[in-house]
Design a protein around this ligand. Structure first.
Ligand code: NDP
Length: 472
């Protein structure tokens, strides 16, 4: 049977675009549909604008530090509208780059929603149907609000980059990547941040010592971090008196999205008055309305597309990559999944995706960089040695601030391999990228030690820690 194209990709995010370009480079005829902006979550409403906001907020500390170094620099004010304009100009530019990359590769773009109507056919929003030998689902995920009265009034991460003005105060709900990163960013930009996390410590799944250190740094930054606290209800300011029970009717407490001021009732019974609420309570795979289950594509408990090691679904002509599969929800992983898909299907080299030892960073202030096992997980698996050091970094210690950094290695007693590396420090994301190479190669502690220190740096501690702080 003759198909209209060899590959139809649904979703123009990092994973979909990379897979489309790789496939096109093999000579395949490729088409791609994106209903929103090209570039997807990472470029338009995630990693990229977030990192630019991290940079924007980090300047707050600089005048004070500069003065300690002898500069005559006054504190300044942050101009959100000016920054937002430049930010969106940059995002427009990047979107243009993504489009050019696609069209330059000979890929046909449809600015439209698409859904599957057959294992080999998609339908666009205008009713046009396009047949394809292979279909790739790369539709990503979207933020999710918890089911509490008034939740619709809270913002999600997508909304942050479009705010007309910065609120004077905000309640951030959640203790994961987005909640902690946004807390640091907004506090740095001058917003009074309160953060509710329902558990005992933020950043569940990361190394306990590193999580504790980030939490302490966030509190020192001025963030009012309330652990063991969750939102019970959101209402207009003064909606609940202190100690009043949460109203049961959604109607009674449902202001429009982002339109504060709000009173927020917590599960611990307190009432918190804020101008805005941000839910950073997780993301859900974008599979609704794609026609997947009707065709026999299996979905998991959270609605994710279930795939094998080659990203193939239960329907042989349909593949899925990236956050929509809810494997490891990180941009570089989606990109690698897209490349492995193209190699498997269009180059004839079956390539499973390697999800082992993926380095990552949380862009809190300071950052948390991590690769491999946490101390807790490693100890469950085998006897270990822990090498760790915490110290005041030279740059800010000179300016008299009390911030500390952490360098930590988890080492197998049996094989001497470094099983995990955890860094809490400014630029920890940059450091862990490099440490990740050694850990992925299976380097031992002794091989780390054979490397000469770069002095004076923070990262030199990774090769100069002589004695374990804990064994067992
Ligand atoms: P996460 O899964 O990291 O965190 C969600 C947080 O919300 C957790 O603290 C969770 O608590 C809490 N939560 C979930 N449901 C509720 C609820 N009903 N009420 C209150 N709290 C709730 O999701 P994020 O939204 O922060 O990020 C989504 C994904 O995006 C991440 O998994 C990550 O892969 C990716 N990302 C990566 C970044 C990076 O690499 N720097 C940056 C931003 C995002 P609990 O722990 O108790 O479950």
């Amino acid at each position: 049977m003759a198909f209209d194209c060899d590959l139809f990709v649904i979703g123009g995010g990092s994973g979909g675009v990379r897979a489309a370009r790789m496939a096109a480079a093999t000579g395949a005829r490729v088409q791609l549909a994106e209903e929103s902006r090209m570039g997807g979550t990472c470029v338009i409403r995630g990693c990229v604008p977030k990192k630019l906001m991290v940079y924007a907020s980090s300047f707050r500390e600089l005048p004070g530090q500069a003065r300690a170094y002898g500069w005559d620099i006054p504190d300044g004010n942050f101009d959100w509208p000016a920054f937002r304009t430049t930010l969106h100009t940059e995002l427009d530019r990047l979107e243009g780059v993504y489009r050019k990359l696609l069209t330059g590769s000979g890929i046909t773009i449809h600015d439209s929603r698409a859904r599957l109507v057959d294992p080999h056919e998609v339908e666009l929003a205008d009713g046009r149907r396009i047949s394809a030998k292979h279909i790739l689902i790369a539709t990503g995920g979207r933020p999710e609000r918890p089911d509490v009265p008034g939740a619709a009034a809270g913002m999600v991460s997508d909304d942050i980059f479009n705010m007309d003005r910065l609120p004077a105060s905000i309640l951030i709900v959640g203790g994961g990547f987005i909640a902690c990163e946004m807390a640091g960013i907004l506090q740095g930009l001058g917003v009074k941040v309160t953060q509710f996390y329902r558990g005992a410590q933020i950043l569940r799944g990361f190394d306990d010592e590193a999580r504790g250190m980030v939490a302490e740094a966030m509190k020192a930054q001025g963030i009012d971090l309330r652990l063991g606290s969750n939102v019970a209800a959101i209402g207009p300011r003064g909606g609940f008196g202190a100690g009043m029970a949460a109203p049961v009717s959604e109607q009674a407490v449902a202001p429009a999205v982002g339109e504060g001021p709000f009173s927020v009732q917590s599960t611990t019974g307190t009432v918190c008055d804020v101008e805005a609420v941000l839910f950073a309570t997780g993301r859900r795979p974008n599979t609704a309305g794609l026609g997947l289950e009707e065709l026999g594509v299996k979905l998991g408990r959270r609605g994710e597309v279930v795939v094998d090691a080659y990203s193939q679904t239960a329907v042989p002509s349909v593949y899925a990559i990236g956050d929509v599969t809810n494997r490891v929800n990180l941009t570089p992983v989606a990109i690698r999944e897209g490349m492995a898909f193209s190699r498997t299907v269009f180059e004839g080299v079956p390539t499973p995706v390697d999800h082992d030892l993926i380095p990552s960073a949380v862009f809190t202030q300071p950052e948390l960089g991590t690769v491999g096992l946490t101390e807790e997980a490693a100890r469950e698996a085998e006897p270990i040695e822990v090498y760790a050091t915490s110290f005041r970094p030279m740059r800010t210690a000179f300016a008299g601030t009390q911030d500390r950094v952490l360098m930590k290695l988890i080492v197998s007693q049996a094989t001497r391999r470094v099983l995990g590396c955890h860094i809490v420090a400014p630029e920890a994301g940059e450091m862990i990228q490099l440490a990740g190479i050694a850990v992925k190669m299976g380097a031992t502690k002794e091989q780390f030690d054979q490397v000469c220190a770069v002095h004076p740096t923070m990262a030199e501690e990774l090769v100069t820690m002589r004695n374990p702080v804990r064994k067992g």
